[in-house]
Design a protein around this ligand. Structure first.
Ligand code: PLP
Length: 392
């Protein structure tokens, strides 16, 4: 049996004709920059997330970059973030001329640990930390209740890197009501990279926010800071979203909740299949743990609503397991082999601490196939081969 890590082809079959028709319409319209498809997608994503505004941009990376630019982040500033994420989280901070300051992760959720954040914020006497950039890694919200409380206490805005987590939910600490990721901080950034839960047929991204002035600034900055046309009060960039991507994403957005549900079902099935083996009990395989946050429990005992962009297990002999699974035609991947503070481009730029949990995660996590179209037989095969690996 062959089990790919992701299978966009099978998914495409169900709406290929709709996509081709929609793209053809954009082609025939001759409106190739901005236009009604982008505006409609923005309205639909804002409504999906429950925010007042959504601003389409060229990628998830640019969503983060333009948000930091809107905050005026620059040389001498620092941004508090996690050491365990995709490179873009740190890359945008450095591109603004600022430096990252890392708080280690919690090993259950792989997300930034609020206690570690508090120590850093308390020690920042010169108030050089100008933004907090938590990442909702793998599709599960970081502990936003604690993070927002710290943000308020220290007067620092929060930009959510929700690139992997569109549709993930967390109970709003003030109301206890469930809110979508991106709607909790000042702004939230999404990526429409094809392998994200809502993926385009190329690059794309979006920023959502409830703050009207911030949204206006984002709209201006994504278009070279021009307001009106050819008059530039701020330095922005070309961060616009393509209408061809927008029209495809509008079709796929209609399926998103179904896909989240299928991914969650698949995660539950893995849990069941693994529980029939000794591997979980022996802690030889550590499964993803939807973390119960205090606020979530207060809001009715519900779990953090994980959308499983990735299904991540932790094993001690990770590299050998990856080779073994691949040799049996099972797609799997490491997200990410290095923690951010270990990246070569950062060396020499600043004093670098060690972050033991991030390093441990980078050495021991492995992503298994979790995409919506995965079949029960495929999942049984994956678990069977992981058991066989540990018996060999
Ligand atoms: C994918 C991703 C990004 C970047 O998004 P792009 O659309 O690829 O630019 C940023 N942060 C995280 C955590 C991501 O997973």
């Amino acid at each position: 049996m062959k089990v790919p890590l992701l299978d966009l082809g099978t998914q495409l079959e169900s709406f290929r004709d709709d996509i081709v028709a929609a793209v053809t319409k954009v082609v025939d319209s001759t409106t190739y920059i901005q236009g009604p498809e982008v505006v409609s997608l923005e309205e639909e994503v804002a409504s999906y997330c429950g925010t007042n505004h959504a601003v389409g941009v060229s990628s998830g990376t640019d969503a983060l970059l333009v948000s930091l630019m809107a905050l005026g982040i620059g040389p001498g500033d620092r941004v508090l973030t996690t050491p365990y994420s995709f490179f873009a989280t740190m890359g945008v901070i450095l591109r603004c001329g600022a430096l990252p300051v890392f708080a280690d992760i919690d090993l259950l959720s792989y997300n930034i640990n609020p206690q570690a954040m508090e120590e850093i914020l308390a020690a920042d006497k010169e108030k050089s930390i100008k933004a907090i950039l938590p990442v909702h890694l793998y599709g599960q919200c970081a502990d936003m209740g604690a993070i927002l409380a710290l943000a308020e206490q220290y007067g620092v805005p929060v930009i959510e890197d929700a690139a992997q987590a569109i549709g993930a939910e967390y109970p709003d600490p003030s109301s206890g009501k469930w809110k979508k990721s991106g709607a909790l901080g000042l702004a939230g950034c999404f990526s429409f990279f094809p392998s994200k839960n809502l993926g385009g047929i190329g690059d794309g991204g979006m920023v959502v926010t409830n703050d009207t002035a911030f949204a206006d600034l984002l709209r201006m900055l994504r278009n070279h800071g021009a307001e009106p046309k050819y008059y530039h009060t701020r330095i922005g960039g070309n961060f616009r979203l393509d209408p061809i991507q927008a029209t495809v994403l509008r079709i796929k957005l209609q399926h998103l909740e179904q896909w989240h549900g299928d991914r969650r079902k698949n995660a539950a099935r893995y849990g069941e299949l693994f529980s029939r083996t000794a591997l979980v009990q022996d802690k030889r395989v550590i499964l993803p743990t939807p973390v119960y946050h205090e606020q979530a429990v207060a809001a009715g005992g519900s779990k953090n609503y994980h959308i499983y962009n990735q299904y991540i297990i932790r094993v001690s002999d990770r590299d050998a397991l990856m080779e073994w699974l691949r040799s049996h035609d099972i797609g799997c991947e490491i997200y990410y082999p290095l923690a951010l503070h270990e990246q070569e481009c950062l060396q020499g730029l600043m004093d670098i601490d060690t972050f033991p949990n991030a390093e441990k995660a980078a050495r021991s996590t492995l992503a298994l196939p979790i995409y919506p179209e995965l079949t029960p037989a495929m999942q049984e095969y994956v678990v069977e081969k992981i058991v066989a690996f540990h018996m060999r």
